[in-house]
Design a protein around this ligand. Structure first.
Ligand code: GLV
Length: 320
């Protein structure tokens, strides 16, 4: 029997590709850019398996173009780039890579919290521009974290890892989540549950750690942002369109929010010019999980998931 064919949409760090090449015929997209949906439709025609990234839109039209497809391994924890209902309807298995990126994403969340509250990027720009004129009692005053309230929306693995790190900064933690943690977990994390409305008016720093689903799309719109504490900071390392971007821009402009740290955007890779012009905003290019160790682990996990599905074995990371 000829080997099964798998499409890999980008070069990956580590051993993932060699794991796949040992078993399958691999069609690798070699250039370092995302395939367009049209290109994906063409390349996927003969594939039995797909290893793809959050930047690949695997919509219904792509699945319709793939009559042989049996398995999709997304190299990410979020799977909002894949039409899961259509995949289920066609009996195509879908997996993600949870767990291995928890610490890296939680760390980057804290990098954003610190960068935005302590004006790290503004300071860097000032020094590079040759404008550092010596220590000043009023230069680039930020806001302290000690004793402030961190509001975590979404208490899955990443939300919990972010909450755990808050201890080191002596912050109080409140959270909102679809499922409330067990009492013992709340005690260990020192986190108190609040309904979303109360959380919004309580948090000095609000950080989002939800999956993007139809229910979480634009969860934070004009009304919700208007409820936030005056001078609060918003951090988003989950998915861009969980926040209504024009509402966010309005809240930053009016000063309701003192700043924002964003790693994700509603229409990636597009970032609104109005956001790019704001100095109270730190903008990163969706690098929450981007450490060498984590990206290697994600790629290996995705390859292992794909092999399991194509060899008709159970994968622990099956989401459809
Ligand atoms: C990245 O955004 C991921 O979902 O892993």
């Amino acid at each position: 029997m000829p080997p099964l064919r798998v499409l890999v949409t980008r070069r990956l760090p580590g051993i993932a590709l060699s794991m796949l090449e040992g078993r399958f015929h691999v069609d690798l997209q070699r250039s370092d850019r995302s395939l367009t949906t049209g290109e994906l439709r063409l390349r996927i025609r003969k594939a039995h398996g797909l290893l793809c990234l959050p930047s690949d839109r695997v919509d219904r039209s792509v699945l319709e173009a793939a009559p042989l497809l049996r398995a999709i391994a997304n190299c990410a924890v979020g799977v909002d780039n894949i039409d899961l209902d259509e995949a289920r309807r066609r009996g195509i298995g879908v997996t993600n890579t949870p767990g291995v990126l928890t610490a890296a994403t939680a760390d980057l969340t804290w990098a954003l919290i610190l960068a935005v509250t302590r004006r790290v990027v503004e300071g860097d720009r000032l020094v590079r521009a040759g404008n550092f004129a010596g220590w000043s009692p009023t230069l680039l005053l930020g806001r302290s974290l000690e004793g402030k309230v961190l509001g975590v929306v979404g208490m899955g693995r990443i939300g919990r890892a972010v909450a755990k790190r808050a201890r080191a900064f002596s912050m109080e933690v409140v959270y909102f989540s679809r499922t409330r943690l067990r009492r013992q977990e709340e005690t260990v994390l020192g986190a108190h549950y609040l309904p979303l409305k109360r959380l919004l008016i309580t948090a000095d720093v609000l950080t989002l750690h939800l999956p993007r689903t139809p229910q979480t799309k634009e969860l934070l719109g004009f009304q919700e942002l208007a409820r936030m504490k005056h001078g609060a900071f918003l951090i988003n390392t989950s998915r861009g369109d969980i926040v209504h971007e024009p509402a966010l821009i309005g809240a930053l402009r009016s000063g309701r929010l003192a700043g924002a740290g964003l790693d994700v955007y509603a229409r990636e890779p597009k970032v609104p010019a109005r956001l790019r012009r704001m100095k109270q905003v730190v903008l990163l290019p969706h690098i929450g999980s981007a450490t060498l160790e984590t990206r290697e682990a994600m790629a290996t996990t995705a390859a292992r998931n794909l092999i399991a599905m194509l060899e008709r074995k159970a994968s622990p990371n099956q989401v459809a």
